[in-house]
Design a protein around this ligand. Structure first.
Ligand code: HEM
Length: 231
């Protein structure tokens, strides 16, 4: 009886460790995606041809490879695990209140705010995909090749001040999520020695600042300095 109980609680422990690892790993994978996506989008500053040809190459590469499947799986797994962890956290908080007198304290490895930030980012990504990935398919010719004119779509989208403000707000939420989420990811992957705490915080902060400044520069630049139809 005791043996079975120990066996059951050790498998619960393993499942919980696995969930934390997967949450950390998918978080790091997504953080890498947002960095690469931001760097690619900086081609906007080089004009329509550079941007469209780069995006064309990326879309072709992604379509014919496992990147697309990997990205989608990481997104879904990250969201599902976040949901499971937040439900679990909710119930442990209920237990905590029931046992308030015992002085027991529920300290989740991830902050509560991460879930709310994640929800904003999810809404952002869905609207973003509708606008760009599944948006109007303008075409443009370079030599004898006709490709999608994503540059025109991006410039068009960021003429609207409401879109620009929404992007800035969502990107600031992404900043907080990246900063806190990266630190949590490193910790759940084992880097939780107090000696590393400061460096992990520092690296996460620099990473989040770079990604956010890079992204925010795009809608701002387009809105302030580019007219629709300009190339
Ligand atoms: C303001 C800056 C941004 C610009 C200008 C931008 C632009 C684009 C464009 C033009 C596409 C369509 C490419 C295609 O057809 O596949 C795209 C796809 C995508 N973007 Fe963004 N993006 C920005 C920020 C972001 C952010 C912050 C995220 C995530 C939090 C994100 C996530 C995605 C995803 C997941 C896709 C689909 C990629 C795929 O299908 O492989 N983007 N973006």
């Amino acid at each position: 009886m005791i043996k079975e109980h120990v066996k059951a609680s050790s498998s619960v422990w393993w499942v919980s460790i696995l969930k934390k690892y997967l949450m950390g790993l998918t978080g790091l994978g997504l953080a890498l995606f947002v960095l690469l996506h931001m760097l690619g989008n900086l081609f906007i500053f080089a004009g329509d041809k550079a941007y469209n040809l780069y995006m064309h190459q990326m879309v072709n590469m992604e379509a014919s490879s496992i990147i697309q499947v990997g990205l989608l799986s990481a997104f879904l797994l990250h969201i599902i695990l976040a949901f499971i962890l937040s439900v679990k956290n909710y119930f442990s908080r209920l237990k905590k209140y029931a046992r308030a007198a015992s002085g027991w304290k529920a300290t989740a490895w991830y902050q509560k705010g991460l879930i709310a930030q994640g929800a904003v980012i999810l809404v952002f990504v869905i609207l973003h995909l509708i606008t760009f990935k599944f948006g109007v398919h303008y075409k443009i010719n370079y030599g004898n090749e006709e490709i999608r004119d994503l540059f025109r779509l991006v410039v068009e989208a960021f003429q609207n001040p409401i879109t620009v403000v929404w992007y800035i707000v969502a990107l600031l939420v992404l900043f907080i999520h990246l900063f806190h989420g990266l630190s949590s990811s490193f910790q759940s992957l084992g880097l939780n020695h107090p000696r590393f705490n400061k460096s992990i915080k520092g690296i996460s902060l620099v990473y989040a600042v770079l990604v956010t400044v890079g992204y925010i520069s795009l809608p701002l630049y387009v809105f302030l300095f580019m007219q629709e139809g300009a190339g």
